[in-house]
Design a protein around this ligand. Structure first.
Ligand code: UD1
Ligand code: UDP
Length: 370
């Protein structure tokens, strides 16, 4: 038996872990002799019902074995407290492998706690780079890659980034392009996703004539000029085409209750509501990493409200328009979105993110080198 300690904490990590945990359960039901015992640790980085619990219940993720309850503080405080608590869990559980996802503070804390106790680390979504070290996520992912034994890349670009850094020569890590676990999730859950009544009614009301938007990145929310430019542009767009904006708590706090706009704001929605909104919208405006790819999975044009993206293949393929935060650029991009809205199944781009079996591949690689 291989004991795998999985660390999650933030919304996108629940979605990524759902695919791998389900693949582990299926693997354990098969006739192979070596089974995997997964122990799930939730750091508590995201803690509101609609930022955490909703994903566990909808996506049928097992309840965490450990909930550390650490969230809502500064980077150093949060990461430090996670490091201390995860170390205690590792000492108690003595796992064979620690599995971390993405680029959040929970990712770095999990990887660092493990490597210091000589437990090998598997990093899912390795090799992504924005080449902007001012982003907290870039710091987290660069450092996590340095201390991981298994580097599971979602794209060829990610593999090349790691090769360019000479990481294998330095650390003897094993790089594998497995594809994107978020693609696995979309393929599985889109067949069973039932939206809430609220989202069903909204979709009926808007008859598919709306854009879906999210804004939460520190680089946008922490800069008042960038933030107001983005919000003003979304407001202008919504004068002609409704904009549906599920608000991350970070953004909601910033807007306050007296902010007035035509944008259809709402609390964060669950994954089922989100993929339903995605499947009906005309296009996406976002600074989210995950949502850029999901827009592509649903063949929707995406305007990325950032200066750079880790998902460069979407930009070079013309499906993702990288605009930053200038109002004019955002407003001009809407014209391109309207043109692109008619593009459908373009087979040339089908396998940018693998074939929907990333989670299986991760398990096989881990067991193969166990
Ligand atoms: C984090 C990740 C980011 C990821 C995002 C996904 C880091 C450095 N950043 O950013 O990479 O894209 O999650 O959503 O790890 N809050 C609540 N309720 C919650 C969660 C957060 O009120 O359930 C508020 C708290 O005031 C908190 C703030 O939002 O201080 C920011 O949360 P935090 O987890 O620090 O960063 P995110 O912006 O969510
Ligand atoms: N998401 C969601 N509800 C929302 C907003 C986003 O379920 O209200 C999902 C989204 O579909 C994607 C993931 O959360 O699967 C992306 O997470 P987020 O944007 O918070 O983080 P990032 O991907 O930028 O790290």
């Amino acid at each position: 038996m291989m004991k795998l300690l999985t660390i999650v904490g933030a919304r996108p990590q629940f979605i990524k872990a759902a695919s791998v945990s389900r693949a582990i359960e299926q693997y354990n039901q098969s006739l192979y002799q070596l089974t995997i015992h997964e122990v799930l640790v939730h750091t508590g980085q995201h803690y509101d019902q609609n930022m955490s619990d909703v994903f566990f219940s909808e996506m049928q993720i097992s309840q965490p074995n450990y909930h550390l309850g650490i969230g809502g503080s500064s980077h150093g405080a949060m990461t430090g407290r996670m490091l201390e608590k995860i170390e205690e869990v590792i000492l108690q559980e003595k796992p064979d492998v620690v599995l971390v996802y993405g680029d959040t503070n929970s990712t770095l804390a999990g990887a660092l706690a493990a490597v210091k106790l000589h437990i090998p680390v598997a990093h899912v979504e390795a090799g992504l780079r924005s080449f902007n070290m001012k982003m907290p996520e870039e710091v987290n992912r660069v450092l996590t890659d340095q201390i991981s034994k298994w580097l599971f890349c979602p794209t060829e670009t990610a593999v090349k980034n790691l090769q360019n850094e000479g990481i294998v020569e330095r650390t003897q890590a094993l790089i594998t392009n497995v594809g994107d676990v978020m693609y696995d999730a979309v393929l599985f859950y889109r067949k069973i996703a039932k939206p809430t009544d609220k989202i069903s009614s909204l979709i009926d009301e808007l008859s598919g004539n709306f854009y879906l938007a999210t804004v939460h990145r520190a680089e946008n929310t922490d800069d008042p000029v960038r933030f107001s430019n983005i919000m003003d542009a979304l407001n202008t767009i919504s004068e002609t085409t409704p904009v549906v904006l599920p608000l991350h708590p970070r953004t909601r706090k910033l807007l306050g209750s007296d902010y007035s706009s035509k944008v259809r704001r709402m609390d964060p929605v669950g994954y089922f509501d989100m993929i339903t909104l995605l499947s009906h919208c005309q296009g996406v405006f976002t600074d989210s990493g995950g949502l850029q790819k999901e827009a592509f999975f649903f063949r929707k044009p995406c305007v990325t409200l950032r200066e750079e993206t880790e998902w460069v293949e979407l930009v070079t393929s013309g499906l993702n328009i990288l605009v930053g935060s200038h109002q004019d650029a955002i407003l001009n991009s809407e014209k391109k979105v309207k043109k692109l809205a008619s593009f459908t199944q373009d087979t040339d781009f089908q396998y940018l993110y693998g074939d929907g079996t990333a989670a299986d591949k991760i398990i096989k690689v881990l067991l193969g080198s166990a």
